[in-house]
Design a protein around this ligand. Structure first.
Ligand SMILES: [Ca+2]
Ligand SMILES: [Ca+2]
Ligand SMILES: [Ca+2]
Ligand SMILES: [Ca+2]
Ligand SMILES: [Zn+2]
Length: 443
């Protein structure tokens, strides 16, 4: 575009440029981190219309002094070079990990996403170009953030009164699990993620809402996407995960707890008749984990691994992860750290268990000294190699079962890869529900 054509364009579409108020230079009116022809053009346009914003010296009168003040500001602006293109000039990215203000951001001037959470520094510090104010929602350019909008149904479902809105107790349990999780941050900051669940609780979280209606089930993802189109601010796309909390999905008898995109941004949590703080918070972290790229075996689909200690594993989704190394859940909500050693089902050594201490894997009441072969990744009791426990085992083969480091394996680029933005995403149906591992009746 030639300069002349650009000028004409700027004049006829003057409102398309950013509003006044680059935090970096008062004269950078179009807030593109460059002082250029367009800033002058924009200013002259405001001046001609006696827009209050053109009262540059603040004396209540539009006069010659405004124009000269503007030109002074123009000439005294700092170097607005933005090396990494994240809309924050180099001089403001102080590269010390301490966020103080929009002109002392703590972020890296040569890395557009300093904390590596998939959201650019400029979006976290200034809000997005579409006007989504992530900073006021708690975003930091130097600490990982995840945003999730939660919309829910409430009413009568199959004769039951239910309210599937996440409670403050649910949100707190999820918050703590991420806050003290193992995701790394730059500049030697503590590990952890600030997760922001917007269930319409206020204080900047005003996107979550009840969806009218009392559907017995929601079809994923055709009906899901219709609800999303109606209830999700499109400016949040690419920055927020979107979750619907409903009775069931896909059928009136499906008792499973959820469905999610893998490496995406959409998931559904269906609590049927087992809605409580533990079940919902654990399922949020499980389904969100799929969005983050995690599978039921961490890096693989192999489910029920006794040494994969994560809420992603059906063995630990509702029971919580194992903290005393006996392979049974202890109610703690977490992803895995990959600390357990491999367990070879063809050569099971009870004396070393999963982390060093002995475990009676075959429930014969003693620690067997001699290794044996046994298919261990089953929802019920272990069975001999070659058998699948009438479908209760993930597979029938005896292999080496490996742990996985979920926290290190999170795909932080998932938002830019989600199905709403590009092509088709892999989805995973989560057929788990409380008591399944114990052989209870599906609700
Ligand atoms: Ca920059
Ligand atoms: Ca940067
Ligand atoms: Ca970031
Ligand atoms: Ca962040
Ligand atoms: Zn799942």
């Amino acid at each position: 575009m030639t300069r002349l054509r650009a000028l004409v364009f700027a004049l006829i579409s003057g409102c398309s440029v950013s509003a006044m108020g680059s935090p970096y230079c008062a004269a950078d009116l179009v807030a593109d981190n460059e002082l250029d022809f367009f800033d002058v053009t924009y200013f002259v346009g405001l001046y001609a219309e006696e827009d209050p914003a053109a009262d540059f010296d603040g004396n209540g009168v539009f006069d010659f002094f405004d124009l000269s003040s503007f030109l002074d500001a123009f000439s005294s602006c700092p170097d607005l070079t933005d090396s990494d293109g994240d809309r924050i000039p180099d001089f403001a990215e102080t590269d010390d990990g301490v966020y103080l203000s929009q002109t002392q951001t703590g972020s890296d001037p040569f890395n557009a996403d300093t904390d590596g959470d998939g959201i650019d520094d400029g979006d976290e510090v200034l809000g997005t170009e579409q006007g989504l104010d992530l900073r006021s929602m708690g975003a930091s350019p130097v600490f990982k953030d995840i945003f999730v909008e939660c919309d829910w149904f409430a009413g009568t479902f199959q004769g039951r009164q239910e309210n599937y809105r996440p409670t403050p107790a649910v949100a707190e349990r999820v918050r703590l699990a991420f806050k003290y999780g193992g995701a790394e941050n730059p500049y030697g900051a503590d590990d952890g993620v600030n997760i922001h669940l917007d269930y319409g609780q206020g204080f900047g979280s005003t996107g979550g809402n009840q969806i009218p209606g009392e559907p017995v089930f929601v079809q994923f993802d055709s009906e899901f996407n219709q609800y999303k189109a109606e209830h999700f601010d499109p400016r949040r796309k690419g920055y927020f995960h979107y979750a619907i909390f409903a009775n069931r999905y896909n059928s009136s008898t499906n008792g499973s707890s959820g469905f999610a995109e893998v490496n995406g941004d959409d998931f559904i949590v269906t609590m049927v008749n087992y809605n409580n703080t533990n079940n919902m918070s654990n399922t949020i972290m499980h389904e969100l984990g799929h969005n983050l790229g995690l599978l039921h075996g961490g890096h693989q689909n192999r489910n029920y691994k006794i040494n994969y200690n994560s809420v992603m594993n059906y063995r630990f989704q509702f029971a919580g992860v194992d903290v005393n190394e006996d392979t049974f859940g202890d109610g703690v909500l977490d992803y895995s750290f990959g600390w357990n050693h491999d367990v070879n089902e063809g050569f099971v050594d009870e004396t070393i268990g999963v982390l060093g201490g002995p475990i009676d894997f075959n429930f014969n009441g003693q620690i067997d000294i001699a290794p044996y072969s046994m298919n261990l990744n089953c929802s019920g009791s272990p069975v001999p190699c070659g058998q699948d426990g009438n479908g209760s085992c993930y597979d029938s083969v005896c292999t080496s079962l490996s742990d996985s480091d979920d926290w290190a394996n999170i795909n932080w680029a998932r938002l830019s890869q989600s199905v709403d933005r590009v092509g088709s995403a892999e989805v995973v149906e989560c057929t788990n529900w409380p008591g399944k591992v114990l052989g209870a009746v599906e609700p």
